[in-house]
Every structure is written in structure tokens, then in C-alpha cells.
Design a protein around this ligand. Structure first.
Ligand code: G3P
Ligand code: CA
Length: 373
């Protein structure tokens, strides 16, 4: 377990390369490729992860769900109709059904109703074709990858580029999958332990929205864990348990201290760091980054995307929602606020923004040195 021998900051081990240095000097924030380079390729495909690494991402982020035979694969949600060609496959038409997922009615095709063999006959499709028409050309080209395949790819690309590339899996809908007999914590940890045994020192984070899932993971591994925090609502496991706390309670000083007993970082919706502007007020930053750091937690923010549709009004360019706006400026905004990492669909934008952020930091240090001497 590579984290055991590394410096600790707060109750959980800080992964290496850590994004903040124990001496207090700020290290580079990490670039996490959200679902791969999903701005350029259909999300959660080996092609998307491979491109993310080529563009300089430090981590690739697979969201994990299990097949009927318990194999972990990369999809963002149990329903696979939105991101594969299953709806066009006559042989699976009878699998279309309605289920309750985390209290929400969903109709479609569900990963847990397919064996890995069946899933392997499907192909990925672009989730946002109206925003990313260029990606439609890749529809039907790439399979749904397993976690093991992603880990092999990451090891291979780390060797190819001569730098450690991390993996940042999310355990998706853990309460839901446990309720259908497909608990994921054990299989996720087993796969990641195999990975770190093959590549000692490999950077890994494991994330979930559900605190109980993270607590179970904490009992199984010393890999660094990340509590995800949504902009609104509450973790599903708390709702099921009748716990009235929501995400907003998780980021109070008390909530953050509790998180620090089982996790080393929070992954927060960007609106919790810079709330969107309203008619009445501009979007002023909150103090969540400082509060989390005070609790010994790193802060990774999600999800930054280049298109106007996802940018605040002042950073949009042109009139089309799919047109790319001044996304680098948004990245810089978060980096300047001291976040330790960003989830992005466009890793090249984040890498460039980080380089600019770093250059400004160096200039400040040079000027401060000149003033002192
Ligand atoms: O895991 C960080 C972020 O990806 C959470 O949002 O919905 O894209 O998995 P989601
Ligand atoms: Ca995710």
C-alpha cells in the first residue's frame, strides 16, 4: 500500500504526487480527466482515457458500475441507453424496463441486467451530440471498457510517457447496486490493490457521494478516499437511513472534520466554490476551500467544461451553447482560489491554465524576492 510510507496530512494519507506540500508550499494542482477527455471523445471509452493522458492529464476518472455477473465497467449511471447503442439493438429490446434508481423513476436498459459478454457487443455513443457534434463521428467505434482494462491502459501509458498517471474511480450508486446484490466496494478495492501491487506508487483516489460507502472502503484499504459533495440535495445513503443532513451539512466545519476521519479530500461541485451569479448578486467565492484545508482535506472541484453551455455568462463567447468560451479563465479562477485539483472534460485547457497559473506564481515569487533584496 503505497500511501503507508508517505507523509500524512490530516487523518488520511495524502496520495503521491500530492497536490499540496507538507512544507506549506503549494504544489501544482492536479488535472483529472472527467470521464476521460470527454470533450473530444465519447465518455468512458479507452479512446477518451488514452487521449486524456496524451493531453497531459494527471488522472483519468472512470465512473464504475457492475454488470449482472459482477464485472466493474465504466459508465456514469446504471441506465446505458444514453451512452451506448443498446436502443438500436433488436435482440435487447425486451430488456427495456422501468426501475427506481436512488428514488427516481428511470426507464431504459440497465447495466446490471447485462452480462459482460452481452455488454461487450454494444458500442459507446456521444452523450451530448447537440453540444459536441464533432464527437458523433466516433459513435459505434468504441466498446464499454472494464476497470481492469482501464488500469492496464493507465499502466501502459504511464510507461510510454515516463510519468505516473493516476486513476480516480468513482463508485457509482453504491446503495442502489448493493440493493440488487452487487455491492461494489470489495471488487473495486481488489482491482486497485492488484493495480498498485503491479505498479507500486501508482497514484490512486477513490471517490463516492455516499459516506457509508467511503467508510466501508476505509475499512478495506488505505488508498486515499474522496467525499463527493453535490451543489444541492443529500447523499442517497443518508436519505435511506433517515439522516436529515444534506450536502450543505457536509461542508460545515463540523461536517468537514467528520469527513476527515475517513477521507483525505472532498470533490465539490464548482457552484459550492463560486456560486453562479444571480440577478441580485455577482458570484462571490465561498470559504469552502479554506474550511476544507483547515480540516486537513484537499479540494478537487468538478466539473469544468469548455463550452458556453457550462460557463458563467461573462465567460461565454458567441451565441451557440456548444461553442467554446473562455474556459481557461474559469480554470484560473478556481486555481487562484487554491483548489488542489480540477475535474475537466478538456484536459488540455486545464493543463494550459495550470501552466499560466504557475507562471504567475513564479513571477510573484521573483518580484517578492527582488523587493526583499
Ligand atoms: O466525480 C466527480 C464528478 O464526476 C461527479 O459528478 O456526475 O460527473 O460523476 P459526475
Ligand atoms: Ca464521476
Amino acid at each position: 500500500m503505497y500511501t503507508d510510507t508517505l507523509p500524512r496530512r490530516g487523518p488520511r494519507a495524502i496520495p503521491y504526487p500530492c497536490s499540496r506540500c507538507v512544507t506549506g508550499l503549494t504544489r501544482d494542482p492536479v488535472v483529472i480527466a472527467h470521464r476521460g477527455a470527454s470533450g473530444y471523445r465519447p465518455e468512458h471509452t479507452l479512446a477518451a482515457y488514452r487521449l486524456a493522458i496524451a493531453l497531459g492529464a494527471d488522472y483519468v476518472e472512470p465512473d464504475l458500475v457492475p454488470t449482472r455477473d459482477g464485472v466493474l465497467v465504466a459508465r456514469h449511471e446504471p441506465e446505458i441507453g444514453a451512452t451506448t447503442d443498446v436502443a438500436r439493438r433488436a435482440e435487447f429490446a425486451h430488456r427495456r424496463t422501468a426501475k427506481l434508481v436512488d428514488g427516481r423513476a428511470v426507464t431504459g436498459w440497465f447495466v446490471e441486467d447485462f452480462t459482460l459478454g452481452e455488454l461487450r457487443t454494444l458500442y459507446a455513443r456521444e452523450r451530448l451530440p447537440w453540444l459536441r457534434p464533432g464527437n458523433r463521428g466516433y459513435d459505434g467505434q468504441f466498446a464499454v471498457p472494464t476497470l481492469d482494462e482501464i488500469l492496464v491502459l493507465v499502466r501502459h501509458e504511464s510507461r510510454r510517457y515516463g510519468r505516473p498517471v493516476g486513476v480516480y474511480p468513482e463508485v457509482k450508486n453504491p446503495s442502489y447496486f448493493a440493493s440488487v446484490g452487487l455491492a461494489m466496494e470489495g471488487p473495486v478495492v481488489a482491482a486497485l490493490h492488484r493495480h498498485t501491487a503491479l505498479q507500486p506508487g501508482a497514484p490512486v483516489y477513490v471517490q463516492s457521494f455516499e459516506p457509508s460507502c467511503l467508510r466501508r472502503l476505509a475499512g478495506l484499504t488505505s488508498l486515499p478516499l474522496v467525499q463527493l459533495v453535490g451543489a444541492v440535495g443529500a447523499p442517497r445513503d443518508l436519505v435511506v437511513a433517515g439522516d436529515r443532513r444534506g450536502y450543505s451539512d457536509l461542508v460545515t466545519p463540523l461536517g468537514l472534520r467528520e469527513i476527515s476521519t475517513y477521507a483525505g479530500a472532498i470533490g465539490v461541485h464548482k457552484d459550492l466554490v463560486v456560486p453562479p451569479p444571480t440577478v441580485e448578486r455577482v458570484g462571490r467565492p465561498t470559504t469552502v476551500v479554506d474550511r476544507a484545508h483547515s480540516a486537513g482535506l484537499l479540494v478537487h472541484v468538478w466539473t469544468l467544461r469548455d463550452e458556453n453551455h457550462f460557463l458563467p455568462p461573462e465567460l461565454r463567447m458567441g451565441t451557440k451553447p456548444g461553442q467554446r468560451g473562455r474556459a481557461a479563465a474559469e480554470h484560473r479562477r478556481f486555481l487562484d482560489l487554491g483548489v488542489d485539483g480540477v475535474f475537466t472534460d478538456f484536459p488540455d485547457t486545464a493543463v494550459a491554465a495550470r501552466a499560466a497559473h504557475r507562471a504567475v506564481g513564479r513571477r510573484r515569487l521573483t518580484i517578492a524576492g527582488a523587493v526583499r533584496s
